[in-house]
Design a protein around this ligand. Sequence first.
Ligand SMILES: Cc1cc2nc3c(=O)[nH]c(=O)nc-3n(C[C@H](O)[C@H](O)[C@H](O)COP(=O)(O)OP(=O)(O)OC[C@H]3O[C@@H](n4cnc5c(N)ncnc54)[C@H](O)[C@@H]3O)c2cc1C
Length: 356
Amino acid sequence: MTMLFNTENSFAQNIEENIQKNVSLETFNTFRFSYCAEYFAIADSLDSLKVLLAWAKHFEKHITVIGGGSNLLISADIPGLVIINRLTGIQAREHSGNFVSLTVAAGENWHQTVEHTVQQGWFGIENLALIPGTVGAAPVQNIGAYGVEVKDVVTRVQVVDRETGDVYWINANDCGFAYRDSHFKGKWKDRYIITSVEILLKKQAELLLSYGGLINQIHGEADLLSVFNAVCQVRSEKLPSPDKLANAGSFFKNPIISVAQHDELKTSFPQLVSFPFNGEYKLAAGWLIDQAGWKGQKYLGVGVYDKQALVLVNYTERTAKALLELEVKIKSTVFDRYGVKLEREPVQLPCTREIV
Ligand SMILES: Cc1cc2nc3c(=O)[nH]c(=O)nc-3n(C[C@H](O)[C@H](O)[C@H](O)COP(=O)(O)OP(=O)(O)OC[C@H]3O[C@@H](n4cnc5c(N)ncnc54)[C@H](O)[C@@H]3O)c2cc1C
């Protein structure tokens, strides 16, 4: 097999040791489901990633890339090669005036990156503190919290083409960023692996405090550190840490509905929690699930988190069966009551069609 790669690369020379067979993914997904990868490897450099791509191409193996596994619903063993992205490195370039651009390798931890920028006094991603996972996955679903989305700061994304191994940069404007969505989750899903993300931050204060009661958590003057600390505080009170209780954060997206449907619903349910959104309305999915009586409910070894109905948790299950059943039950109760279809946020692996 080594002959396949005409290279000095030591990762390639030891390819048999670097690719393992039938590896449990239990510690590589925050739901802690214990399915296996048929083949498994960790890429800690661009070169090793390219070698893995060449291997997969040669042996016609499908590739699945995982970062922190915090937005995954693994529901069966994954055929082909699972690559864990651990590419590291951060470079900062200060521009004259107000800006600093940061190039961060895809395997860096997102929260630690936010912490680093706060320590440096750079503004822009402090509201996105404590979101689990890697930097490379952040553009995939355009992570967001407290009124900020990663698309607000991303300028370019570096990718490697799975088929050719070519590496190039894609401008943020071409990435199809939308609410919890991008081309990386859609039409480019099987085409690119993100290897690096460039973000543009500000050196002068620009804080966004108007979302999620953030302002009430800040005592005294609001500054970069106090906002970062407030976000961490609110999130740790409201969301279960995957280290203590297995979960993948919000299990459903907030549904977006037309003005007409919204007005009708508001008449029947005056307490409906909704926000104007691009000429339509975004509903708080957590409120719908809570009002439908699901908050804190358990079903077999899984359940709906008692402090935030948007989060489904896994207490004891080793497979996704009970969770998938609970998902169907919640979707159907919410649809029967409100006529609103809930859509799942985490990505199902191996890829299958979602039952709506
Ligand atoms: C407690 C908790 C709170 C959360 N809060 C939020 C929140 O506030 N806002 C929010 O938006 N999300 C939130 N999430 C979801 C999750 O943290 C984010 O979606 C995060 O970006 C996922 O990163 P990851 O590295 O774990 O991705 P993974 O779960 O490993 O992967 C997610 C998807 O991205 C793909 N992918 C991963 N890396 C790459 C890459 N380098 N190139 C191409 N594709 C890739 C995977 O194949 C998969 O399809 C939360 C999750 C948890 C558990």
